[in-house]
Design a protein around this ligand. Structure first.
Ligand code: MF3
Ligand code: CO
Ligand code: CO
Length: 375
């Protein structure tokens, strides 16, 4: 660590305060000053584990400095004649020399691989970790559910567990939603507002948690039994759980988003249940809700096909009676029009090359609240 030699010093790369110190390694390698300046030794030390990745690895520079195209395909053989490597060429086309790597001016902001060819902050590398805290928060809520507790107390647990982990409860003030999670009891389909009502023996309650943490939203929900619940409600909740499982099972690159609704409708209607149409799964990530829109009902007109790297939710709402919904005068609480019960489960998914990763999957520590999951 040394004092910067020059006059116009960049701000501290960690905290943005005025900086006079410069990373010695960056100076030696003549790397851009804006990533190399630090205000104090402490800031430099704190930034080191992430900062050191800006120093190109030995050998990386060499390949960057001889960027003629041969290395990709053509080799200089003996007598300096160009030789093609052995390969079963599939058509008449052959590779030709590739010209030198073109230059991008210094003042243009560059992605992290521009210098040494190595992408360091792979966009989704720790997505699982970042979304997992939403699961931990939901599990904490699940543990306090019992007859007599109010949905407001569930909301308090969600709020406190979220901020204790350094997250923001995404619903809070989202389009003026007044609470930190949604709690949807019995005939409430979704977006129920936590309030002073005590849960009663025999209720079912969905808790929907979304946490904004390190720049991304993770969204999941589950429907829980309060005390002893009637057989029809058990069937409804289990079938809804299975609808989500079956939908997740078809997720992979190339599948049409509109297929999700076919799978869910098939399973729900088999049990004489109906699928809500007004609320859909959604793209999620840096935004809470974005494209694609993913209906859960059949013969939907969802646009697009799944691609690796996409993140979205599937969150079927299944009704014991008719599919139709109505809004309470609070403009949030969606209820079934016939007053019969509704259940929901939701996961945030990441499409991979071969299928998908359930970013909000249950953890070994998740409470054992669903009898069909017991070993
Ligand atoms: N978590 C819900 C979803 O699954 C959205 C809740 S928005 C709120 O999309 F404002 F009601 F919180
Ligand atoms: Co959602
Ligand atoms: Co949700």
């Amino acid at each position: 660590m040394e004092k910067g030699a020059s006059e116009a010093s960049a701000p501290c790369a960690r905290c943005g305060k005025p900086a006079q110190l410069q990373c010695p390694k960056c100076a030696e390698l003549k790397l851009p000053r804006e990533n190399a300046a630090f205000c104090t030794q402490d800031c430099f030390r704190a930034a080191w584990s992430s900062h050191k990745s800006v120093h190109p690895k030995p050998g990386a520079l060499a390949s960057q400095q001889s960027p003629e195209g041969w290395k990709y395909c053509l080799r200089k053989g003996r007598g300096r004649a160009l030789q093609l490597p052995r390969f079963e060429w599939t058509g008449p086309l052959r590779p030709y020399p590739i010209s030198k790597m073109r230059v991008v001016p210094d003042e243009i902001e560059k992605p992290d691989w521009a210098l040494d060819g190595i992408p360091k902050i792979e966009p989704d590398s720790d997505l699982q970790k970042r979304v997992e805290i939403a699961r931990e928060v939901l599990d904490a809520a699940a543990r306090v559910i019992k007859p007599g507790i109010t949905t407001d107390e569930i909301d308090r647990v969600v709020h406190e567990e979220t901020i204790a982990r350094g997250g923001y409860p995404s619903p809070l003030n989202y389009h003026f939603f007044p609470k930190s999670c949604c709690t949807s009891v019995n005939e409430v389909i979704c977006h129920g507002i936590p309030d002073a009502r005590k849960l009663e023996d025999g209720d079912i309650v969905n808790v929907d948690v979304t946490v904004y943490y390190k720049g991304v939203h993770g969204d999941l929900n589950e429907t829980y039994f309060v005390g002893n619940v009637d057989e029809a409600s058990k069937q409804l909740v289990r079938c809804t759980y299975e609808c989500l499982e079956k939908a997740i099972a078809i997720v992979k690159p190339g599948v049409r988003f509109r297929e999700v609704g076919e799978i869910i409708n098939r399973h729900a209607s088999m049990s004489g249940l109906s699928v809500v149409k007004s609320y859909c799964g959604h793209g999620i990530g840096e935004l809470f809700h974005c494209a694609p829109n993913i209906p859960h009902y059949s013969r939907n007109k969802a646009v697009g096909i799944m691609k690796a790297g996409q993140t979205f939710t599937i969150e079927p709402m299944i009704n014991a009676g008719v599919w139709n919904d109505r809004l309470w005068p609070d403009d949030w609480t969606a209820v079934t029009t016939d007053g019969k019960r509704s259940a929901q489960f939701e996961h945030t998914l990441l499409v991979t090359d071969t299928g998908c990763e359930v970013l909000t999957a249950r953890l070994p520590s998740s409470p054992d609240v669903f009898p069909w999951l017991k070993p």
